[in-house]
Design a protein around this ligand. Sequence first.
Ligand code: ADP
Length: 198
Amino acid sequence: MIIGLTGGIGSGKSEVSAILKNQFHLPIIDADTISEDLVKPGRKGLQAVSRAFGEAVLTDDGELNREVLRQRISQNDDDMRMLNSVLHPLIESEVKAQIEEYTRLGEKHMVYDCPLLFEARQEKFVDLTVVVVCDDEERTRRIVKRDRCTEEDARKMMAIQLPQEQMVSRADIVIDNNGSIDDLNRAVAFVMDKIDRL
Ligand code: ADP
């Protein structure tokens, strides 16, 4: 079973992913790590980005200049679309390769941890979607503590994402993370038990 895991920022998605990895020993296919790795020096993604945007998006050391790229895509929708069209196929082919590899290894379940599972139409890769939710007030507190940012910053990051209600309406399974970490561990165990019986 390929489990698609998502949730808004501060919901506890990473915490759930860590529980699934460390306690249930599930392989994790991590969308953020894949996209970060793809733009490391010498990797295909960085070559494709510099071909599309020019050398100006590289630092003197040949690394991705994230600040320059961020500015370009935040000011110009065409640039944002171009970045997506360059990177998405590469990300998707890496996701497919990892799914194939874990399947070949005989893994019964695997997790696709993807913050933009719905927005980037990644549900096509998974058999079942799990969404982690938490009330906005609590999420704000947890983001401020984790990222050492202001409440305003936290609220802004939450506001640009798909609203939690929409994620919930598209989820097969919802994990409520308003309680303690122990509660979360119990909820994940319950979900895994359910998945095992499917
Ligand atoms: P996400 O990956 O969804 O952005 P995280 O899993 O990083 O969220 O959780 C946000 C922060 O809240 C982290 O610092 C995490 O350790 C903490 N956290 C997550 N769940 C709980 C919980 N149930 N109780 C207390 N802190 C939590």
